[in-house]
Design a protein around this ligand. Structure first.
Ligand SMILES: Nc1ncnc2c1ncn2[C@@H]1O[C@H](COP(=O)(O)OP(=O)(O)OP(=O)(O)O)[C@@H](O)[C@H]1O
Ligand SMILES: [Mg+2]
Length: 270
């Protein structure tokens, strides 16, 4: 299948900044692919995410969604419908005064009947366990509840490509698992995903990983291949999953990402 989403030598420099936030990044995504973008704090993940959804326009290069460039004003509406972005800081995403209205907001800009909108909002509330907070002010929610609402508001829109900027931050283990399960479910249904994070263990199942450091792409490949590159990973300001780091320290094969794998490798090494 041909790529429907392309970054072609994309750079972005914030006005007055000394260095580029993002520098000459190339990327191609086929329908249904799951791409992980890994990078340390300040490496340019959120800048890249904003470029991908058209909120920021490249200083040079281009972002193409179905062949349409995000720099063309006339394509803006089409691109916002195809690419849904879950922000790193949910407050930046909220526009409505209640949870229910927040989930309805994006749907109201689509050609949908009020019955269809009502049904989709109800589904979103249930799926993200927000039904008890229907009338709450989004800005007054706890950090984890805000995260769930920001995901729900994008999920109901069913965009072709979902961008997730650190989607598990602020979530406890139960909510994080719920979101991981949901993303796995979306993936099986053919959803295209780009997940931006500094935590490698969150994205080991991705089809491809792109590592960025100081705005530049420094590595691409299947994420599990990174497990063999302890020093490089550290030089990019990242860490391997804790059990993998332990496997390295114990002199075991570092292709280990769970406690069970570590235990059986230890048994086999004796
Ligand atoms: N609005 C802005 N104006 C000027 N510089 C900015 C702005 N936003 C980000 N930057 C700079 O651009 C670089 C990349 O920032 P970005 O937020 O994309 O990083 P990040 O990888 O998402 O970091 P984090 O993991 O902390 O979320 C940083 O050096 C940052 O200081
Ligand atoms: Mg960020």
């Amino acid at each position: 299948m041909d790529p429907f989403f392309i970054l072609d030598e994309v750079s972005y420099c914030y006005p007055g900044a000394r260095r580029s936030g993002v520098c000459q990044v190339n990327l191609k995504l086929k329908p249904g692919e799951f791409l992980a973008v890994l990078g340390a704090n300040g490496s340019g993940k959120s800048t890249l995410a904003r470029l991908c959804c058209g909120l920021l326009k490249p200083t040079s290069g281009q972002v193409l969604v179905d062949g349409r460039s995000t720099t063309r004003e006339t394509e803006q509406r089409y691109i916002f419908q195809q690419v849904g972005m879950v922000f790193q800081h949910p407050d930046h995403q909220f526009v409505a005064t209640t949870v229910e209205r927040e989930i309805a907001f994006g749907l109201e800009n689509r050609a949908l009947s009020s019955a269809e909108i009502k049904k989709a909002v109800a589904e979103g509330l249930v799926r993200f366990q927000l039904d008890g907070l229907r009338l709450a002010d989004p800005h007054q929610l706890s950090g984890g509840e805000k995260r769930l609402l920001s995901l729900a508001a994008i999920w109901v829109l069913k965009p072709k490509l979902i961008l997730l900027d650190e989607p598990l931050s602020m979530l406890d283990a139960g909510s994080a698992q719920m979101i991981k399960d949901l993303i796995e479910e979306l993936r099986k249904a053919g959803q295209s995903i780009i997940w931006f994070t500094h935590q490698m263990e969150e994205v080991l199942s991705a089809d491809q990983a792109l590592v960025i450091a100081e705005g530049k792409a420094v590595w691409t490949g299947p994420p599990r291949a990174l497990l063999q590159h302890l020093e490089a990973v550290r030089s990019w300001g990242l860490a391997l999953p804790p059990v993998t780091e332990l496997a390295w320290e114990l002199g075991l094969n570092p292709d280990i990402t769970s406690r069970n794998e570590l235990v059986s490798a230890l048994w086999n090494s004796n």
